[in-house]
Design a protein around this ligand. Structure first.
Ligand SMILES: NC(=O)c1ccc[n+]([C@@H]2O[C@H](COP(=O)([O-])OP(=O)(O)OC[C@H]3O[C@@H](n4cnc5c(N)ncnc54)[C@H](OP(=O)(O)O)[C@@H]3O)[C@@H](O)[C@H]2O)c1
Length: 222
């Protein structure tokens, strides 16, 4: 029987690429969009179920009716850059709230709520960023950076406090700098290069614990 992955945030970019790659690898894929994504619907086939979900709206994913223990992997990919100025000095309460809810607290809530849907020994991934490494505090992108730091903290906590007794491995994934709407055209990696590596990392994961790891499988300092 094929393995099943749920990718939250698969309308475009890295999430869409992951959906395509896991379908190509014979997995059953549950992929979410917020509004209709033509590219995602173009992948339609027996192994793809498209659902609607927003990472900041728990009701949207709680009502999907996934059975407990039905997922081999859950990847929370949804993310935003946040306000254009990215400045801690200019940031408004609403701007901080939006980026933190979308990139950190929303994904953590998805992870905690959906954990029972994973099989024992399954894999829980959140799409982080090297910018979320305190070890690499090279400046700029203050709103985005701090949201990904928070995501890493929450993910490591989930590994230790909620996922350990189910032997679920928690991965904070860095996809590389990727040519998407977010990464822009000058990014180093194509979506295909990034998601091929990410899919390898996800397929090889398992066995509990936490890792902050990039698309090539290299462990990163958090
Ligand atoms: N590209 C890079 O170089 C890079 C580097 C490091 C980390 N990342 C991370 O990788 C992930 C994917 O990035 P990307 O480059 O593919 O970005 P992207 O092209 O901008 O795509 C973002 C994806 O997230 C979804 N999304 C945004 N807000 C959402 C919400 N509230 N609920 C559900 N889905 C939501 C978008 O859906 P809609 O189409 O509905 O907006 C879209 O599918 C992000 O978490 C990002 O921070 C990217």
């Amino acid at each position: 029987m094929s393995k099943t992955i749920f990718i939250l945030g698969a309308s475009r970019g890295i999430g869409l690429g992951l959906a395509r790659t896991f379908l190509d690898r014979g997995w059953s894929v549950i992929a979410s969009e917020r509004s209709r994504s033509k590219e995602l619907h173009d992948l339609e086939g027996d192994n793809l179920r498209i659902v609607t979900a927003d990472v900041t709206e728990p009701g949207s994913y709680e009502k999907l009716g996934l059975a407990d223990g039905s997922l081999d992997a859950l990847i929370v990919n949804a993310g935003i850059t946040g306000a254009k100025h990215q400045s801690s000095v200019e940031a408004t309460t609403d701007e901080v709230s939006e980026v933190m809810m979308t990139n950190a607290f929303g994904p953590a809530r998805v992870a905690k709520t959906m954990l029972p849907k994973l099989k024992t020994g399954g894999t829980l991934g959140v799409m982080s960023s090297l910018m979320g490494s305190i070890d690499d505090s090279s400046g700029g992108y203050e709103l985005y950076r701090t949201s990904k730091v928070a995501l890493n903290m929450l993910a490591k906590g989930i590994a230790e406090q909620e996922a350990a007794d189910r032997n679920v491995e928690v991965l904070a994934l860095h996809p590389g700098w990727v040519q998407t709407d977010m990464g822009g055209p000058n990014a180093k990696l194509s979506v295909a290069q990034s998601v091929t590596g990410l899919a390898d990392v996800i397929e090889r994961a398992g066995g509990g614990g936490f890792r902050f790891v990039d698309y090539s499988g290299k462990e990163l300092a958090y």
